[in-house]
Write a protein that binds this ligand. Structure first.
Ligand SMILES: Cc1cc2nc3c(=O)[nH]c(=O)nc-3n(C[C@H](O)[C@H](O)[C@H](O)COP(=O)(O)OP(=O)(O)OC[C@H]3O[C@@H](n4cnc5c(N)ncnc54)[C@H](O)[C@@H]3O)c2cc1C
Length: 460
């Protein structure tokens, strides 16, 4: 059946066509174990190259070697986490990978600073010179150390602008551009590890293993962040089919393309969208699918927030689109229980709308709570109700300010009252970060295990 833009076509239980292998996903545990094992191997490298340590200078130098090795390892792992490897995206989820990246970034930058200070101080103590004099002579006599120091300076700058307070004050694009400096920082730091690093000089196997790690991550980055979106653009030939206003500042964009099932996009996932118009080709922003892939068509539903989202209302049919993805683990794949509660706030309803339609379940298994400040913020309402009616799902609207609703409508007591047997549900939660944090606490108070609360934040 072909649908016009104002027709909702049910696609309950949309699944990969028979015979198609399910998409691979790797969960957090094996990845964390792998990263931990790598860190132990790095310490093993230092251990096997160390015979005796004597005196303060030696202790400081060895502490500098360890922090240097761990910083070098941490930096490349941080890039690997952001390589957009589909199996990690599906198994761990973009927002969790981003949180790991941010947390690991703080440790890595700290170790990098410690490495520079400890090595210089250790050499100075051993050579009985001043720390400043030792530092200057290292920079003067070893060009690779000079490059690495510039790289470290870049790392520290990037770390500083990524701090929450600084990040909030700049545009996403400016932050992203500065963040790209990480690649340069790593390239600048790489050589000094082999030319001056005591654990690598003359140690071919260690050099090969280290280069392989860096090489594999570089290939993953180029493949998944550059080649894959271009390949997808040629294979799927996505273009805008039409735009439909869903509310005063919300639009749905319908896209068509070829071989869309090969994208293996699951309801709840998102893509990064680049609309090839003169005003928008340079930006690529994340939007979730607001309906399952069906009938050769994709759909996103977007609320105006700034430059990128505003231009979507003006898209013309036929506009070419590049989409990279799908990303995210906010899918049916993480579900453990038969009963499911979906909680969406504002435009955070989009991935939940797709899940509402497709999560397997019997009548009564699925409940949707839709929180909004005003009635006009409730988008896709007609089709949500139609799906809920078809599927025997319950929908609760919580509309109004806290004052109007007499307190927090998503508090533990209110949730337990709305959803009988709440603690036996899997919960999918999507909306602003503050609402997610508060609702996770409320769910915990209501006895829902943390591992059964799956969330997607629309903020980066
Ligand atoms: C995983 C995910 C899924 C999302 N799904 C939807 C959706 O289905 N519907 C919807 O309306 N919104 C969604 N968003 C939010 C949407 O991406 C932003 O509102 C939009 O990118 C804002 O860009 P702008 O240029 O219009 O506004 P700006 O004023 O430039 O940005 C407003 C805020 O949006 C964020 N942002 C901007 N550009 C990016 C970017 N390239 N990547 C990440 N964050 C960015 C920043 O936090 C920024 O402060 C989603 C966000 C994420 C992270």
């Amino acid at each position: 059946m072909t649908a016009t833009l104002n027709q909702y076509v049910p696609a309950h239980g949309v699944r990969a066509p028979a015979g198609r292998a399910p998409a691979l996903r790797v969960g957090p545990t094996p990845v964390l174990v792998g990263i931990g094992a790598g860190a132990v191997a790095v310490l093993g490298l230092w251990w096997t190259n160390t015979t005796t340590i004597s005196g303060l200078g030696d202790y400081l130098t060895h502490a500098g070697r360890i922090t240097g090795l761990l910083a070098g390892y941490g930096a490349i792992i941080l890039l690997g986490l952001m390589a957009r490897v589909p199996a990690l995206e599906r198994g761990i989820g973009t927002d969790r990978l981003t949180r790991w990246h941010a947390m690991g970034g703080r440790y890595t930058v700290s170790m990098l600073i410690a490495h520079g200070l400890l090595i210089t101080w250790g050499y100075a103590v051993t050579a009985r010179t001043s720390v400043v004099g030792q530092g200057l002579s290292l920079l003067r006599d070893y060009p690779d150390v000079l490059y690495a120091t510039i790289g470290a300076g870049l790392f520290v700058t990037i770390g500083a602008v990524s701090a929450r307070a600084a990040r909030k004050r700049m545009s996403y694009e400016a932050w992203h551009l500065i963040h790209l400096g990480t690649y340069l920082a790593i390239a600048l730091s790489f050589l000094h590890q082999f030319s001056t690093g005591a654990d690598f000089v003359g140690n071919k196997p260690a050099q090969i293993a280290w280069s392989t790690l860096y090489g594999v991550v570089t290939v993953l980055l180029i493949w998944y962040r550059v080649v894959t979106p271009v390949r997808q653009a040629f294979r799927h030939r996505l273009e805008v089919e039409g735009v439909r206003m869903e509310g005063p500042d919300v639009v749905s964009v319908y896209l068509t393309g070829r071989h869309l099932q090969d994208l293996k996009a699951e309801p709840g996932q998102f893509f990064r969208w680049r609309f090839l118009t003169s005003e928008g080709w340079w930006a690529s922003n994340p939007y979730s699918l607001s309906a399952p892939v069906s009938g050769g068509r994709l759909r996103i539903t977007v609320k105006e927030a700034g430059g990128h989202s505003r231009q979507l209302a003006r898209l013309q049919p036929g506009t070419k689109v590049m989409a990279s993805g799908p990303y995210g683990a906010f899918t049916g794949g993480v579900r453990r229980r038969r009963k499911v509660l979906l909680i969406g706030a504002g435009v955070g309803i989009t991935p939940l709308r797709a899940l509402l339609e497709t999560l397997p379940g019997r009548p009564g298994d699925i409940t949707l709570i839709y929180r909004a400040r005003h009635m006009s913020d409730l988008v896709l309402r007609a089709e949500i109700e139609e799906i809920a009616f078809d599927r025997g799902a319950r929908v609760h609207y919580l509309v109004g300010t806290r004052e109007q609703l007499g307190g927090d409508p998503l508090g533990a007591e209110q949730l337990e009252w709305l959803v009988p047997n709440l603690k036996h549900h899997d919960v999918y939660l999507c909306g602003p970060e503050s609402l997610i944090a508060a609702t996770r606490e409320a769910l915990r108070d209501a006895g829902v295990a943390r591992r059964r609360v799956h969330h997607e934040s629309f903020e980066f």
